[in-house]
Design a protein around this ligand. Structure first.
Ligand code: GLT
Ligand code: MN
Ligand code: MN
Length: 386
């Protein structure tokens, strides 16, 4: 078998909303018909995916009766069973309904905030019923264009109140769920609350149950903010908070593109995969969609492409580690200090000696760390000539 053909062991997942994206944009109508979720399940299984994720409303339209909901869910579960797909992550659509136009958990109208919590509890019930262990919070409408609304501090407090309430709900129900916050700097709002991985990490520390809340960083979102995705992932890993990941691609400084993984920034994709392969064992979720130009065949080519590129980059990551010249360049980049081990242990005596130490700085100023060579070796590896 082609080594880059995905299998469920690779744990690739897509959202119903990703392959199901109909190609609507702010200037144009849909270019593709909606997909039946059971058809999506069958196609994703055929392509070698492991799972499918969803918003409540991707499966059960808002306002469905209880019996309609149960009928839709039973049919979807049958499709999952028939095709061996799982639902590792679920989330709530708190952005499409006009009721959320000025925020859900951060709406200035307390009735909307209460409704958002109620909708999320029902969506959590659905996610857990389908087997989800990760619950994502993307605050699509949590933001502002007008700071004259004077709610910058209140909005963060309301966001915190809602997450605290929902953590208690999940615990009260005995749900085995972890929450993953997904930052984004803007779009659809002018300024989003919790715009980056760093801001979300700081916020989590203020929650009542910080241990059950982590991050779902998205490549496109950090890139829109002008930041590096590998750096953001590293910060989340360092904090023990990489609970989930949204892989896609994006041109910096553009609208939210959600391009096929690896379509734009191959080096970013490579260093992302290197980190994930070595420090993350959750599902590899593609939060992207086919270009608006494409028909359904293009959608499945897009989905297969995301997974295939990930696998090719995972193979490159293994070669990066196994390459003796790269290993040698990496070893040369890091220099030990013959006069003292790292990390230094503080004692008053050590501090006094360190302050008094006569450093020979001239050789350190002159030393070239070899990064040009290292980077070129990486490029050659990625281009397939080593
Ligand atoms: C929406 C958004 C994504 C989020 C999804 C989860 S919905 O498509 O663009 O980044 O991950 O709510
Ligand atoms: Mn996105
Ligand atoms: Mn996303």
């Amino acid at each position: 078998m082609d080594p880059y053909t995905p299998t469920p062991a690779d744990r690739f997942t897509f959202g119903l909303w990703t392959v199901g994206n109909v190609g609507r944009d702010p200037f144009g109508e849909p270019t593709r018909p909606p997909l039946d979720p059971t058809h999506t399940v069958a196609k994703l299984a055929e392509l070698g995916a492991y799972g499918v994720n969803l918003h409540d409303a991707d499966l059960v339209p808002d306002g469905s009766s209880a019996s309609e909901r149960d009928r839709i869910v039973a049919r979807f579960k049958r499709a999952l069973d028939d095709h061996g797909l799982v639902v590792p992550m679920a989330t709530t659509n708190l952005f499409t309904d006009p009721v959320f136009k000025d925020g859900a958990f951060t709406s200035a109208d307390a009735r909307v905030r209460h409704y958002a919590i109620a909708k999320t509890m029902r969506a959590m019930d659905l996610g857990v019923e389908l087997g989800a262990r990760t619950y994502v919070f993307w605050g699509g409408r949590e933001g502002a264009e007008v700071d004259g609304g004077d709610k910058l501090l209140d909005a963060l407090a309301w966001y915190r109140d809602a997450l605290d309430y929902l953590s208690d709900y999940a615990r009260g129900q005995g749900y085995d769920l972890r929450f993953a916050l997904e930052p984004k700097p803007n779009e659809p709002r002018g300024h989003a609350f919790l715009p980056t991985v760093g801001s979300a990490l700081g916020f989590i520390a203020t929650l009542q149950h910080p241990e059950m809340v982590g991050l779902n960083p998205e490549l496109a979102h950090e890139t829109m903010a002008g930041l590096s995705f590998p750096h953001a992932i590293a910060a989340a890993i360092d904090a023990g908070k990489l609970f989930h990941v949204d892989l896609n691609d994006q041109i910096m400084g553009r609208f939210d593109q959600d391009l096929r993984f690896g379509a734009e920034n191959l080096k970013t994709a490579f260093f992302t995969v290197l980190l994930l392969e070595e420090h993350y064992d959750g599902p590899r979720h593609f939060d992207a969609h086919a270009l608006r130009t494409e028909d359904e065949d293009g959608v499945w080519a897009f989905a297969a492409g995301c997974m295939r590129t990930y696998k090719m980059l995972a193979e490159k990551a293994r070669r990066f580690r196994a390459d003796p010249e790269i290993a040698e360049a990496l070893a040369a980049y890091r220099a030990d200090d013959p006069d003292g081990a790292w990390p230094p242990r503080y004692t008053a005596e050590h501090a006094a000696a360190l302050k008094a130490r006569a450093f020979e700085l001239e050789p350190l100023r002159r030393r070239g760390p070899g990064l040009e060579r290292l980077d070129q070796l990486t490029v050659e590896l990625l281009l397939g000539v080593r």
